[in-house]
Design a protein around this ligand. Structure first.
Ligand SMILES: Nc1ncnc2c1ncn2[C@@H]1O[C@H](COP(=O)(O)OP(=O)(O)O)[C@@H](O)[C@H]1O
Ligand SMILES: [Mg+2]
Length: 153
């Protein structure tokens, strides 16, 4: 699904709609350059999940947590994660449960780990077209998809 937004507010509104659909157990895997709008989209997702709009970049903390009634959002920045050992030290695997959504910026850095997880993955790629315009590509990879199955046992 390809969507073009023409302001940060539109990207937040799109994130809100997506966030309202998430039940927990999903992983959002972002790709897109610095300033593309990954954190902005996550702000919308947090709002849609009922977790508020106070979402900031997890660059320094590595992971920011947002908790609400029975739901949590864990927002990771994988920019500096370059090995599976690095990933483990972030606690990434401990955050996954059926009531939580994980949103990872720079997910290309953990692509291998994501493939072996067998979780539902929402892939979101954001491209900057100009100052206010973004092209957002969303694809949904269900657990049990052929691609994931072939990597299994
Ligand atoms: N259509 C748009 N969608 C998202 N962000 C936009 C858009 N137009 C302008 N922006 C601006 O681009 C910047 C995106 O920053 P941010 O979400 O932190 O990016 P990233 O997390 O990908 O590095 C913000 O300053 C935001 O206001
Ligand atoms: Mg960001």
């Amino acid at each position: 699904m390809k969507i073009v937004t023409r302001s940060a507010e539109q990207t937040i509104a799109l994130g809100e709609k997506l966030g309202a659909l998430l039940g927990g157990g999903e992983i959002i895997a972002y790709t897109g350059d610095l300033g593309a709008g990954k954190t902005t989209m996550t702000r919308g997702i947090s709002i849609g999940m009922g977790l508020g709009d106070e979402v900031t970049s997890p660059t320094f903390a590595l992971v920011n947590e947002y908790h609400g009634a029975g739901k949590s959002l864990y927002h990771f920045d994988m920019y500096r994660i370059t090995s599976s050992e690095d990933l483990e030290t972030t606690g990434f695997y401990d955050y996954m449960d059926g009531n939580s959504v994980i949103a990872a910026e720079w997910s290309e850095n953990i692509a291998e780990a994501l493939e072996t997880l067998g979780q539902d993955i929402l892939q979101i790629d954001i491209k900057r077209v100009d100052d206010d315009t973004r092209e957002i590509n969303i694809s949904w990879k269900m657990k049990g998809d052929e691609g994931l199955e072939t990597l299994g046992d």
